[in-house]
Design a protein around this ligand. Sequence first.
Ligand code: ACO
Length: 397
Amino acid sequence: AIDIAKLRDLSGYVTYDPGFKNTGATKSAITFLDGEEGILRYRGYSIEELADKATFLEVAYLLINGELPTQIQLDSFANAIKAEAVVNDSIVKVSNAFPKEGHPMCEIAALVGSMSAFYDVDGNEDPEKSILRLIAQLPIMATWWYKKSIGEGINQADTSLDYCSDFLQLMFKTPGSSYQVDPIVSKALNKLLILHADHEQNCSTSTVRLVGSSHASLYASISAGINALWGPLHGGANQEVIEMLEAIKADGGDTEKYIAMAKDKNSGFRLMGFGHRVYKNFDPRAKIIKKAADDVLSALGVNDPVLGIASHLEQAALNDEYFVARKLYPNVDFYSGIIYRALGIPTNMFTVMFAIGRLPGWIAQWKEMRANKEPIGRPRQIYTGATERAFVEIANR
Ligand code: ACO
């Protein structure tokens, strides 16, 4: 007879689903994703339309509040963000303590984590205030790393500019000199941020919800999300894609060699920017981004040889049985780095750009999780270790 109590002891009545490949961890009304059909919608609006017609702050408002804003609501949201666009001086000192060689993802995760200490000392800050501070200050803090890396002083926010243009002047204006934002660059950045703004229960978003489920602060939860995003299998892939394309170029542009390596499980090499946990047809964001890459490069008159290598690699993979059978298509990160590079963003900062774009999604998901009074996240396990054994004194080991 089956000993039910023993069975429960060994494995319990738990679902074993490593990587949560088929686990619905929550109900959510924010983002709809159909991986088979390649459909992505924020609050019901298609990603294609939003990327074409909306501004990033409009999309942020939509994600966080559930509806597209009226002009008055949008202006008031944008003004409230501008009002928070001065970072506490002590956080600048924290940034200065970081080495310029350190990775900017490490720095922004730490700076965002530190916001609790500077703004939310007793843990009672109104989350709506934290939301405005995060949206206003994350891009500013991100530019500090860049300025440090090139040995230049930091800029202050210019509240006469829109969100994307202000980020560009914070990055590229040399203090004391004038700087004109190129509208082509600002528009491209707006599109990229929208494409990254939410993507339901991916690794970093699940992390934000999980950390927040213990009632940790929004700052602490977003800081955890930034760390989760950093990994090369998630947001870090955009940096890895460009590095891979550069390596292929330096190696004579032999894409077939790299396709063969990606197929060889012993090589330890994966085609970065290919494959997706959910999209098994195509990533709708990749389609938009590929066209944007063509448009931006031609509008800016940039001739980036890695774009040719990327196209070649894509064609080779799409016609290869290995990639076809596994439904591996280019994902959003395959082309985003090429655009970021054309905009002048350094490779090390690509994942930081992703974090700036994903921030409203993380915030919306955190808010939803708290509003729904979700229980603390606490997965179970299947124990596979030793059975009970007697302690061995150190002298006898
Ligand atoms: N290159 C070569 N083979 C791949 C690749 C790739 N990029 N991606 C998956 N495979 C293969 C796997 O080896 C596996 O083969 P097998 O069935 O013969 O063992 C099969 O395809 C399924 O792959 P999994 O790793 O099981 O798929 P999973 O859903 O766990 O991983 C992931 C998805 C992490 C995106 C994966 O495709 C990958 O590592 N891609 C490269 C990194 C990347 O671009 N990440 C960005 C994701 S998008 C984002 O986060 C914004």
